[in-house]
Design a protein around this ligand. Structure first.
Ligand code: ADP
Length: 294
């Protein structure tokens, strides 16, 4: 029916006829496929750092290897070794810590996503000035620019929006981190600009933006980067400890508050991630009506 696949089950109902049950199998199949892909993705993402941890630990514990290396180095009179030289040990432990951090970040993001999916993460939008959201975002992320780079604030409209501050700080924080990690050309200092203006296309909304001046994002990736686990630049995402989940969580949090999120990008010149939040309209109609009768 209409390109969809239905499962039909029929049960006789005495002499008077039968009950026919139609189930939309297309939807169920799609959900099952999405779930399978998700499990495969998570397993893959966890296996890579886990393999690395196990490899390094096995190496550290490989007494024979360190014994023969020490023998080669110091001659045959080595009777006892206590593992690898301390510089090697340090290097391996650091690599282990890095992989463990990756797994920690992934599980944290997965937990947030599970909460989002189950509707457990209840958002509580409240009246907030656009400028307050920007100021808090600047404060929360100033540490990222302590050593290098610059976070600029452009034009900020004087308007109130409905926003869950914690959720929005998570969204803006993620966009700023991405701008630093992916929107900075090699060898250059990160430069990120925040702004908020009345939405030109959507009346009743304020549009916030996080702009970078990096390489930009190819047209075919601009929509896909909001999908779970999608990364345009896998190597760079791994190197920065990315999980590929940040933008999909951001999209959910923004949409849950009645807004939209998207990216505009100029290849070779940078990207501008934008999201909207509903503006609080303070009795404008009432004011104009009473004014008209005065
Ligand atoms: P993560 O950063 O954990 O990989 P995200 O969902 O936050 O996951 O981002 C998905 C992908 O989108 C990134 O891996 C990167 O390829 C791309 N991306 C995100 N932000 C930018 C940006 N400002 N400039 C260029 N590419 C970006």
């Amino acid at each position: 029916v209409g390109g969809r696949l239905f499962a039909v089950s029929a049960a006789p109902m005495g002499e008077r006829g039968a009950v026919l049950v139609l189930r939309d199998v297309t939807r169920i199949e799609k959900m099952e496929r999405t779930q399978k892909e998700f499990v495969a993705n998570v397993s893959h993402e966890l296996r890579t750092p886990l393999t690395s941890v196990m490899g390094y630990v096995e190496l550290l514990l490989d007494e024979e290897r360190w014994e023969s290396e020490a023998e080669e180095k110091y001659g045959g009179d080595v009777t006892e070794t206590s593992g690898p030289p301390s510089s090697t040990r340090l290097e391996f432990l650091e690599a282990i810590l890095k992989s463990a951090r990756r797994m920690e970040r992934l599980t944290e993001d997965l937990l947030v996503m599970a909460k989002v999916d189950s509707g457990e993460q209840k958002l509580n939008p409240m009246r907030t000035w656009a400028s307050t959201l920007i100021e808090e975002a600047v404060m929360a992320t100033s540490g990222l620019f302590m050593e290098r780079g610059e976070l600029e604030v452009g034009e900020v409209v004087e308007a109130e929006v409905m926003a869950d501050m914690d959720a929005m700080l998570q969204v803006v924080g993620n966009l700023i981190e991405n701008a630093i990690n992916y929107g900075t050309r090699r060898g250059e200092e990160p430069r990120v600009r925040l702004a908020a203006q009345r939405s030109a296309g959507l009346s009743g909304f304020v549009e916030f933006s996080v702009q970078d001046f990096g390489m930009g994002i190819a047209m075919e990736h601009r929509e896909r980067i909001f999908e779970r686990f999608f990364r345009a630049d896998k190597a760079r995402s791994r190197a920065t400890g990315g999980t590929g989940l940040g933008l999909s969580i951001a999209r959910h949090l923004v949409e849950e508050q009645g807004g939209a999120i998207w990216v505009e990008s100029d290849l070779g010149h940078g990207s501008r991630f934008c999201f909207t939040l509903p503006e609080v309209m303070v009795g404008t109609a009432a004011v104009s009506v009473s004014d008209a009768f005065m």
